[in-house]
Design a protein around this ligand. Structure first.
Ligand SMILES: Cc1ncc(COP(=O)(O)O)c(C=O)c1O
Length: 336
């Protein structure tokens, strides 16, 4: 278990350690003996979420490398983009975002927060394919270079071997907080960095843990391939020799198209809100909770072993889903 994780430079951006809370009523409703929520939605950085841990590594490279402008990309409601904008502003850097998705009338949710950070945005209407977003980032970076700037491009979702170290470190943190060795750790998977870091970190710090990924966009096979690449990259960076076969357990049955809410996801959001006062979101964590419920029902997640649900954030997205959430206001207006 030799590694040099602590030698890799970081810059402080997140409020760590995040709390871990037992969710007894939700556990009972799902039929689990024990359920804990690791509150990475409370990392801070303009609304919290998993990306704060990754950005501590990326921004260290940016600041130490003397870059003056940061470019990143994502979907219209990208949490990663919003948190990158916040980090750049905190550190006095310029920031540009390439976003893509359906056309919109007004800025809501994460996009509203991007606007508050006064970010220059290029928006690919009806196109959020990774290849289009990446080529627009490259074009913008080239333009900035020609203009004499020093741009740093953070890939979509911040998922690099370096960024994934944020979740290797998170597993060290979890190993101090949760003494159940046989724990089942469940989390959402998009660009795979969080999943990769969690699997590698669990192997190092909580070797008896089982890590379960719930896809929010891609097919399980593509996730396994990309996650393994990232695990190997992260392990190289910290000089860690992967000691056993890596089992990448991932389910892709709980999403439809990326960015759309599912009925089961909506029910999971309602359940967590009403039983625990915890807010999940329609694109990521709501789907993960719906996956946990279904996998427990099917006996794939063991009822007897404790579960840690990593709450990766995403709360601002709720504020762009008013109509899909079917909000009916139970409010009696009283005029004096
Ligand atoms: C709230 C939330 N959860 C989970 C994820 C998935 O993380 P990753 O892209 O590292 O797989 C994201 C990524 O955007 C996210 O914003």
């Amino acid at each position: 278990m030799k590694h040099n994780l602590d030698k890799i430079l970081t810059i402080e951006l997140a409020n760590l350690p995040t709390p871990i809370q037992e969710a007894k009523k939700l556990a009972e409703a799902i039929g689990l003996s024990k359920l804990f929520i690791k509150r990475d939605d409370l990392t801070g950085l303009a609304g919290g979420g998993n990306k704060a841990r990754k950005l501590e590594y990326d921004f260290s490279e940016i600041v130490n490398g003397g870059y003056d402008v940061v470019i990143t990309a994502g979907g219209v409601q990208s949490n990663h983009a919003r948190m990158t904008a916040a980090a750049a502003r905190k550190l006095g850097l310029d920031v540009k975002l390439v976003l893509g998705g359906p056309d919109f009338e007004s800025a809501q949710g994460n996009l509203l927060l991007d606007v508050l950070f006064n970010v220059e945005i290029r928006y690919l209407v009806d196109d959020d394919a990774n290849t289009s977003l990446e080529s627009e980032m490259k074009r913008w970076s080239d333009e900035l270079l020609i203009a004499g700037r020093k741009p740093f491009v953070i890939p979509i979702g911040g998922s690099t071997g370096l960024g994934a170290l944020g979740y290797v470190k998170a597993m060290e943190e979890l190993s101090y907080q949760c003494k159940h060795g046989n724990v089942q750790i469940i989390l959402g998977v998009g660009s795979c960095g969080t999943f990769a870091g969690t699997i590698l970190g669990a192997q190092i710090f909580i070797p008896d843990a089982r890590v379960i990924g719930i896809s929010v966009s891609r097919a399980a096979e593509a996730i396994r391939k990309r996650t393994l690449e990232l695990i190997e990259e992260s392990a190289r960076l910290i000089n860690y020799k992967i000691s056993k076969n890596i089992n990448i357990e991932c389910y892709d049955d709980y999403h439809i198209e990326y960015g759309l809410m599912t009925d089961a996801g909506k029910q999971a959001i309602d359940l967590a809100a009403n039983l625990e006062g915890v807010l999940l979101d329609p694109i990521y964590t709501g789907k993960v909770m719906s996956g946990l419920i279904d996998l427990t029902e099917k006996g794939i997640v063991s009822k007897n072993n404790p579960v840690v649900f990593i709450h990766t954030g995403g709360m601002p997205i709720l504020f762009s889903f008013e109509s899909e959430l079917g909000i009916t206001l139970n409010c009696k207006k009283i005029y004096k």
